[in-house]
Design a binder for this molecule. Structure first.
Ligand SMILES: *[C@@H]1O[C@H](CO)[C@@H](O)[C@H](O)[C@H]1NC(C)=O
Ligand SMILES: *[C@@H]1O[C@H](CO)[C@@H](O)[C@H](O)[C@H]1NC(C)=O
Ligand SMILES: *[C@@H]1O[C@H](CO)[C@@H](O)[C@H](O)[C@H]1NC(C)=O
Ligand SMILES: *[C@@H]1O[C@H](CO)[C@@H](O)[C@H](O)[C@H]1NC(C)=O
Ligand SMILES: *[C@@H]1O[C@H](CO)[C@@H](O)[C@H](O)[C@H]1NC(C)=O
Length: 538
């Protein structure tokens, strides 16, 4: 009896628990309804239901699949990113509402989240739950508080979004315009340069003595070209004066110039002129060896092997780059410049093919000046990486997501959007590792995937970021100082820099070049040379 009663009692207790749960749920629903009604009643402006639908619509357009998103290896990074974006909006609202303490809290948490992302990017592995859970939770608490403060009200966010959009529109129209003009100015081949090319070419074919001198010297130096105990540099360029500055400045600042070997590759048009220039100048280069080739001589560089050449034969690509009328000018002019498809630009992806006997190569762009001895570059340990380069993500915008189309599933699934970008212009390449890891094959894979230009639009940096992803070793930043062709660079940084890079449109050999940086470059130009004088270089 007793036992049974006990049982009944327990059952009754169970029933009581169930009814408790029902009670709680009911009261929760009532409270929610109450709050809903209250908030409706207190709202002065009607709360539009459009934003939410719009949001969903955008998702569909971008082809985002939430299931896929959650399965994607970068999804924690994405969550953190989304939180950061929302938090940034709330910071603005908090400041507008004079809630400075809360704005400060949000900003601090934003920095925490960014730190998490950049640490993950630096360690080159996706975020795990364990790494990200505390940060995501802390941020969620703040975002929840923001919602309590009604910072998430639809009208508030709409108003903010409109402000941001109009600011962005203003910015992009200004930058696009100025970029367009600078590009046109930059593309105009300076008359003097053209004159010099013609002058040198004529001289070359008339001057058999010069030809003989070069031939004799080439013969004597042939063994140096493949000697792996020397310092090998390559420059791929059609600009004689710029190339001359690279070679001259390296020679003058080298502690062991006799161990420096320059491998220049140019095109058919400039081949004779370039040979002529360096044959004349040979005696002033402190024993530096210079070899000149033209890419038209490379038999392996043909459309069946090289995707860029194959794509150039495609009429669609040709009209994209050369006619420029098929998208209402939406693509900025510089994206369409045939220069970005030029073979001299893409040769950097074939260095092991161009120099089959070499093991290590320092690649220099033609718009650099060398200020220090570079021999130490050849003994830097690249930790079995292929590319040694300086990173450029000190500013947050030089990360992968800036260069690549992250709406594309191939990009999304392979590359961390917050991975740090790096620069071409002064790179140490380990050609042994390059061959071993079939890096050219990786480059071909991505170049072929981009036949419709949906992964990236222009240039060699985006395919470079894809090709050398996880194969790049960060070098000390003073090895390669960037920005002298478009930005203000700290004078102390310039002073310490081993290689200065005039990347950007304001090249030092152009009228539009930045006057304050021109002397760094002009120092290495021989303006008294008769040909330079005849061609009005000054
Ligand atoms: C989303 O992706 C998952 C896994 O890739 C797939 O099973 C599902 O059908 C997709 N859903 C939609 C709506 O495309
Ligand atoms: C094109 O390049 C490939 C691979 O480098 C080579 O095998 C082939 O002979 C070349 N074709 C021509 C026509 O030269
Ligand atoms: C290198 O990669 C390409 C393209 O991915 C492939 O066709 C080729 O067989 C690879 N070569 C070697 C030696 O693995
Ligand atoms: C980015 O990739 C998506 C998906 O392939 C494509 O629809 C879109 O046009 C691409 N964007 C650009 C700017 O090419
Ligand atoms: C190389 O630079 C030196 C000094 O900076 C200069 O005197 C010389 O004329 C330059 N040589 C050439 C060929 O430009």
């Amino acid at each position: 009896m007793n036992r049974r009663r006990g049982l009944d009692f327990r059952r009754a207790g169970g029933r009581r628990k169930i009814s408790n749960v029902v009670w709680w749920v009911l009261s929760a629903i009532v409270i929610t309804l109450f709050i809903l009604i209250l908030s409706k009643a207190t709202q002065i402006e009607p709360r539009p239901s459009i934003p939410e639908r719009r949001y969903r619509h955008e998702k569909l357009v971008e082809g985002m699949n939430m299931t896929e998103e959650m399965l994607s290896p970068t999804s924690f990074a994405r969550q953190v990113n989304d939180q950061i974006a929302l938090a940034k909006a709330f910071v603005v609202i908090a400041k507008e509402s004079k809630n400075l303490q809360f704005a400060w809290d949000l900003s601090a948490q934003i920095r925490n989240s960014q730190l998490l992302l950049s640490t993950a990017a630096a360690s080159r592995r996706p975020l795990t739950v364990l790494d990200s859970e505390p940060t995501i939770r802390d941020m969620a608490v703040l975002l929840y508080q923001a919602q309590q403060l009604h910072y998430d009200s639809a009208t508030m966010i709409m108003r903010l979004k409109a402000t941001i959009q109009s600011l962005e529109a203003q910015m992009s129209s200004v930058t696009e315009k100025s970029a367009k003009y600078a590009q046109i100015a930059a593309e105009e081949v300076p008359k003097s340069l053209y004159c010099l090319g013609v002058r040198l070419t004529t001289d070359w074919f008339q001057n058999s003595e010069l030809q003989g001198k070069l031939a004799e010297r080439s013969y004597a130096l042939a063994s140096k070209l493949t000697d792996n105990s020397l310092y090998h540099f390559c420059v791929f360029s059609d600009n004689i004066v710029a190339t001359s500055v690279v070679v001259n400045s390296t020679a003058l600042n080298s502690k062991a110039p006799e161990k420096v070997v320059f491998h220049l590759v140019t095109n058919e048009i400039n081949y004779a002129a370039m040979k002529s220039w360096f044959a004349m100048d040979m005696d002033n280069l402190r024993g530096v060896t210079v070899e000149v080739q033209k890419f038209e001589d490379f038999r392996w560089l043909n459309a069946s092997y090289v995707p860029v050449l194959k794509q150039l034969q495609d009429s669609d690509t040709q009209s994209y780059y050369f006619s420029g009328h098929n998208d209402d000018g939406r693509t900025p002019i510089k994206f369409r410049n045939p220069k970005y498809l030029s073979m001299l630009n893409h040769l950097r992806f074939y260095i092991p093919e161009v120099f089959p006997a070499l093991k290590k190569m320092v690649f220099l762009d033609d718009d650099v000046v060398v200020q220090k001895d570079l021999s130490a570059l050849f003994s830097i340990d690249l930790n079995r990486n292929v590319n040694g380069a300086v990173e450029t993500c000190m500013e947050t915008f030089h990360r992968y997501h800036k260069y690549l189309n992250y709406s594309h599933p191939l990009i999304r699934s392979h590359f961390d959007p917050d991975a740090c970008g790096w620069a071409f212009g002064m790179n140490v390449f380990d050609l042994v590792e390059w061959r071993k890891r079939n890096v050219t094959g990786i480059y071909h894979y991505w170049q072929e995937k981009n036949v419709d230009r949906t992964l990236w639009k222009l240039g060699t940096l985006p395919p470079g970021l894809l090709t050398f992803y996880g194969l790049t070793e960060a070098l000390e930043p003073s090895w390669h100082v960037l920005g002298l062709g478009y930005a203000n660079v700290d004078a102390r940084v310039i002073d310490k820099g081993a290689v200065l890079h005039f990347n950007g449109n304001l090249k030092p050999w152009l009228k539009i070049g930045m006057e304050k940086y021109k002397p760094l470059w002009e120092k290495y130009v021989d303006y008294s040379h008769p040909f330079m004088q005849q061609c009005n270089f000054h």
